[in-house]
Design a protein around this ligand. Structure first.
Ligand SMILES: *Cc1c(COP(=O)(O)O)cnc(C)c1O
Length: 480
């Protein structure tokens, strides 16, 4: 084992390796005629590495102290399984460790075991969601689960959608569908409205869509970090007066820094009568609608025309897992369909490659399906309960005497900085405190928000216990 010290992260060049050993009589592909012991040797070996890593996670730190890189380029002769596994072990030792109880920096929880298995099986099947003949069972699974999830999150009967490799892509596809359905496809003047706290992926989407940066109108947020509806109304009236077409209004259900939820019901009431497309970016918050006890936190989610949800962010589905869900999923094919001339027609609906930007797609649906089935609805509820309880517990432990400015929504995110510290002073404080936390095996992130750095705890890690929360609070208190 390599020495693990919390700081700093250094990278060392690869160690010299003995002469390469060729594959010891086994082929690099699984034998389709007979059971080859080499297949299980490699797969079992990989599973052992991974279980070993899981089991040792708490003894390590969230960030590795040392990163020893294996050789990168393929050698002249291929490597035997033992050597491949040895290389993997090195990479694993330099990996970020989401399983550590002190890992609370980002929206990257430990992976659900069933979703790890789902990923492995999906890779082994190597089906392609591009077309139904390349993924007969998985295409059906994808359609059905998208429909189920859309309904479970409150979208109307007939709703459904498509998985995408990440929320940024879901948001981009949503805006492209909105533009198409509003007949604005060739229009260079159309604008998108969202709050100042909306996700950076919207700026990327606008750029990809060939619109100028000014096409993204960011509106002020209230003291709780929610889109201020009066400014939305005022902006819409102004655009209307100037004859500027609106491509979509984007509301966020769970902002990235503080987990704020825009007032979805009120925003929908502004959009509906005006015939405006409402996209809800629920990358963080939409999953709360899956549990009755928490659905009130995202009230109005089902009023969206389109909805982004990222099960990778809190439910622990392995990356990437994001879906774009729509009240009218047929718009996906209308927007993205090309006829796919080199494929047999689909049997049960549009091909996967006709319902979004991606062509060839892995069966990301498999790990989501297996993960949700492993948790069950009660397990999902318990995961959400735990995240909320940890946020509340940390909030209760932090100084409440006004020395700290706390920014927390109704979710599992809590951002803070000392009251009165701004600019360079806040940057220094956040950097020093983050380092002190890291030295204790506690990892928080350091977002720049409204011009000043904060520390942010994301409490979605089910391994984080009262011990870690108390240690964070102690360290923060000592920093003031
Ligand atoms: C994370 C996030 C996204 C982007 O998701 P990726 O999977 O990282 O592309 C979009 N919106 C919000 C609110 C997010 O927090």
């Amino acid at each position: 084992m390599l020495p693990i010290s919390p700081l700093p992260l250094v990278s060392v060049p690869p160690a010299p390796r003995p002469d390469p050993v060729p594959w010891s009589g086994s082929a690099p592909f699984a034998d389709p005629f007979t059971a080859d012991p080499a297949v299980e040797l490699l797969l079992d070996g990989a599973v052992r590495l991974l279980s070993g890593w899981f089991a040792g996670s708490a003894k390590a730190t969230p960030l590795p102290g040392l990163c020893v890189m294996p050789s990168v380029a393929p050698q002249a002769r291929g490597l035997a399984p033992e050597l491949l596994l040895a290389d993997l072990q090195r990479l694993i030792e330099g990996a970020y460790n989401p399983n550590h109880p002190g890992a609370m920096a980002h929206l990257d929880p430990p992976p659900l075991l069933a979703s790890v298995v789902g990923d492995l099986i999906a890779a082994g099947l190597n089906n392609n969601l591009l077309a139904e003949e390349l993924s007969p069972s998985l295409t059906r699974l994808e359609r059905s689960l998208c429909r189920w999830l859309a309904r479970a999150l409150g979208l109307p009967p007939g709703s459904g959608g498509v998985p995408a490799s990440g929320g940024s892509l879901s948001n981009l596809m949503a805006l492209v569908v909105a533009r198409h359905s509003r007949g604005l496809a060739g229009c260079a003047e159309a604008v998108v409205l969202c709050s100042a706290d909306a996700h950076v992926s919207l700026a990327k989407a606008v750029a990809v869509m060939g619109l100028p940066p000014s096409a993204l109108h960011t509106l002020p947020v209230d003291a709780e970090g929610r889109l201020a509806v009066p400014s939305l109304v005022a902006a819409l009236e102004d655009l209307d007066r100037r004859g500027v077409p609106v491509l979509a209004v984007v509301a966020t259900a769970g902002t990235t820094v503080r987990g704020a939820v825009d007032p979805l019901v009120a925003i929908s009431a502004v959009c509906r009568p005006r015939g405006l497309w409402l996209h809800v970016d629920g990358a963080i918050g939409a999953v709360f609608a899956l549990a009755e006890a928490h659905a009130h936190r995202v009230e109005g989610l089902g009023l969206a025309d389109s909805l982004t949800v990222n099960p990778q962010k809190l439910l622990g589905i392995t990356k990437t897992s994001s879906l774009l869900l729509l009240a009218e999923p047929g718009l996906l094919e209308q927007t993205f369909g090309t006829g796919l001339p080199y494929m047999e027609p689909g049997w049960g609906g549009a091909h996967g490659g006709e319902t979004g930007l991606q062509g060839t797609r892995p069966a990301e649906i498999l790990k989501l399906w297996l993960g949700l089935r492993q948790l069950g609805l009660e397990g999902i509820g318990a995961l959400l309960d735990g995240a909320i309880q940890r946020r509340r517990a940390l909030q209760a432990l932090l100084p409440a005497d006004g020395r700290l400015r706390l920014l927390g929504g109704s979710f599992h995110l809590l951002a803070f900085r000392p009251a009165g510290l701004v600019g360079a002073a806040a940057a220094r404080w956040s950097e020093d405190t983050r380092q002190r936390l890291l030295a204790e095996g506690l990892m928080l992130s350091r977002p720049l928000y409204q011009g000043s750095h904060h520390l942010k705890a994301v409490l979605g890690n089910p391994h984080t216990g009262s011990e870690q929360l108390a240690a964070v609070a102690r360290c923060v208190e000592a920093s003031l």
